[in-house]
Design a protein around this ligand. Structure first.
Ligand code: NAG
Length: 101
């Protein structure tokens, strides 16, 4: 078995953020060659052209000025030419102050 197949080393976890605050959904993976990380929200690829969203070098997704539209189940996928691995999903909840969760 080749040793370089991607493996998720940090899975995204449940996270709660207040609307308009910044937050992260963590993900990291090992593999050789270094795996490329892709994020999915509710099984749809996350739109990294949204200027509020940044994929950090580690694989973690940084979300600026969270909006209720960011709520959902986040999963990361690590991929290189040897294969791919999916993380467990982690739920992001965005609450609006005064409205409760
Ligand atoms: C924030 O979320 C609401 C509800 O989903 C949406 O209508 C609105 O367009 C979003 N605003 C931004 C800046 O994305």
């Amino acid at each position: 078995v080749p040793s370089g197949i991607p493996k998720i080393t940090t899975h995204p976890h449940r996270n709660v953020v207040e609307k308009d605050q910044n937050t992260i959904m963590v993900c990291s993976a090992s593999g050789n060659p270094e795996p490329h990380i892709t994020w999915f929200k509710d099984s749809i690829p996350v739109d990294l052209t949204d200027p509020r969203l940044t994929l950090l070098e580690s694989g973690t997704l940084h979300i600026r000025e969270s909006n209720t539209s960011d709520e959902g189940l986040y999963e990361c996928m690590a991929e290189n030419e040897l294969g791919s691995a999916y993380s467990y999903p982690g739920q992001l909840t965005v609450y609006v102050r005064g409205e409760g969760i």
